[in-house]
Structures are given as C-alpha cells and as structure tokens.
Design a protein. Structure first.
Length: 321
C-alpha cells in the first residue's frame, strides 16, 4: 500500500528526491522518486543486513549489470543504480497502471481477450530477456505491470542476487534448487496466466511447503481457465522442462488465438493514476515486487537511452499488430 514517508525513511537517494513509500519486503524498500528534471522512478533501497553481506553485494552487482542490458517494449528497465553505496539501490522506470496482482485483486480475473493479449506481451518480453542471457527467476503477478499500451515485466534477473523465488509460480526445477534456464520462466508464465484467468495460481494457496509439494507432484488446477487459454498454460506447466515450449513457439501460438481488441477492461484503465506526484492515490503496482510487495503506479515516463542503446521507437499497440 502506498504510504507517506516515515520519520526513518531517507528523503534523497542518489540524485532522486523521494516522495512516497511504495512497498517493502525481503530485499528492501521501494520508494517513488523524482529526478531533478521531474522524471518519476521507482527506487529500491536494499536492506542494511543484505548490504552488509559481501557475497550478496557481489551477486547484486552482477545481477544489476546484466539487467541493465535488457531493453524492450514490454520490460521496465533499470535506469540507474549505485551498487557500491553504503546502502545499495537501484531505480527502474515508473510504469502507469497496477500490477497484475493488484488489478485481479480489485477487479477480478481478466476477460479471455485480455489474458490472450497478456500471454503474447509476456512472451515477447521473455524473448528480449532471454536474448540478453537473463533468466527472470521470479515471474509472478506482482512483477507484471499493466500499462495502457501492454504489460511490463520488471525485476528480471535481480532476484538471483537473493537466491529467491515465489512458491506457486516457480518451476519444479527451481523449487528443487536445480539448474534454472529459460524453460523455468515458461513454467512461471503459465502459472501467471492461470492467475490472470481465474484469480488464483494453478497450485492454489497455502504454506510454502504445501505449494512446493504441489508444484513438484500435483497437476495444475485449470478449473475455470477458459478453453482458449487452457492449451497454452498446459503447454507451459509441464513438469519436465523439455516438454515446455520455446518462447518463440509459444508466441506464435498465442498470436494465432488472440483478438485485435483493446487489451484491458475499462474498469482497470479507469483506475490508472494520472500524476505520479499524487502517488498517495495511486494503486500499488509490481515495481516493488522485488522487495516482496506491490508498488505504486504513475504516469508513464519513457526511459532515456543508455550510452550505446538505440532510442525506443513509437510502436502500434501490440494487440493490434
């Protein structure tokens, strides 16, 4: 839940003035910040005890360096970071719209057309992430933001620094502590789509131990998943990684069944806040998901290209391509 800054919160991190507290969790706390030029960003400040761990710092530094190489229309990029600060931090682009978790909690499951559009957008984001040599490792509803022009995936690869994942959305091989590759993200993609379609993940709810057991040994519960979506998620949720689709094959199949209509219900679009400076009225969005809770949403701000990166080009809405 978006909150006012508390007495112990910093007011400035790096070049960013902090306005609101957006969320907190396992890795740290996330704030809404503004640059000197008024650009809104989500600033994640790492917990002091993690910052004091030299091994964590090494992993975090590597994860941020890799994540900064990822740039695509459906990924919210890391735009700034100081991994060597006394308390490390990173800033990501601030995206308009709630997280998928927030939208489903407030408005119910998405209609089938929206789920199919979500499937295509997330698959395209994974194409970019995997092409950069990154495995997301923590794709879940609070790490998917619903912007007006398509979904935005956040925190790709960052959770590797904390060796973490989300029970109920992680793959069997990740749950067992095995090698994790792109096919693991495809399993998580299927679980996220089930959540979007029915309001609950394919392995239900409960304790971490119960969820991990179901991920490893139980078939997914696809009751109430629309028939247009069910073959896609069944493909992704195979226990054997070799039986899951490559992201390009999944994207081709998702493209073949989605419609060309607008991708979000009007009720969700109307909930988008207009002014990031008024984030006290914003809905919590997934930018804080890397900290373990949803973050706030705000007015979209196109990230400035990093050195050597081509500026983003104007694209047609992805559901009309």
């Amino acid at each position: 839940m978006v909150q006012e800054l508390q007495p112990g919160d910093p007011r400035v991190i790096g070049p960013y003035r902090l306005l609101r507290r957006l969320g907190s969790g396992g890795m740290g706390r996330v704030y809404l910040g503004l640059s000197a030029g008024g650009r809104p960003v989500a600033v994640k400040v790492i917990r002091a005890e993690l910052a004091a761990d030299p091994e964590f710092r090494v992993r975090f530094r590597r994860a941020v360096a890799v994540a900064r190489t990822v740039s695509g229309p459906f990924t919210a990029p890391v735009v700034d970071a100081d991994v060597d600060a006394e308390v490390p931090w990173l800033a990501t682009a601030y995206v308009a719209g709630p997280s998928l978790a927030q939208a489903v909690r407030e408005h119910g499951p998405l209609p089938v057309e929206s789920v199919l559009a979500l499937a295509a957008g997330l698959a395209e984001s994974l194409t970019v992430i995997h092409a950069a040599g990154v495995v997301h490792r923590n794709l879940k509803p609070s790490n998917v933001l619903l912007a007006g022009d398509g979904p935005q995936v956040i925190d790709f690869g960052i959770w590797r620094a904390a060796e973490a994942g989300s029970p109920g959305f992680m793959s069997p091989e990740q749950a067992e502590g095995g090698d994790v590759g792109p096919s693991s993200d495809m399993f998580s993609l299927g679980a996220v789509l089930v959540f979007a379609a029915k309001g609950q993940g394919p392995f239900g709810s409960g304790s971490t131990a119960a969820l991990v057991y179901r991920v490893l040994h139980s078939p997914p519960d696809l009751h109430r998943v629309p028939p247009q979506v069910r073959p896609l998620v069944q493909w992704c949720l195979a226990k054997d990684p070799s039986q899951r689709p490559a992201v390009a094959d999944f994207l081709a199949k998702a493209d073949a069944v989605r419609s060309a209509t607008g991708w979000l219900p009007d009720s969700v679009i109307r909930s988008f806040p207009r002014d990031p400076a008024s984030a006290g009225t914003a809905v919590a969005a997934g930018t804080a998901a890397a900290a373990g809770t949803p973050a706030a949403a705000g007015t979209p701000a196109a990230p400035q290209p990093r050195p050597g990166q081509r500026p983003a080009t104007k694209r047609r809405p992805f559901w009309r391509r």
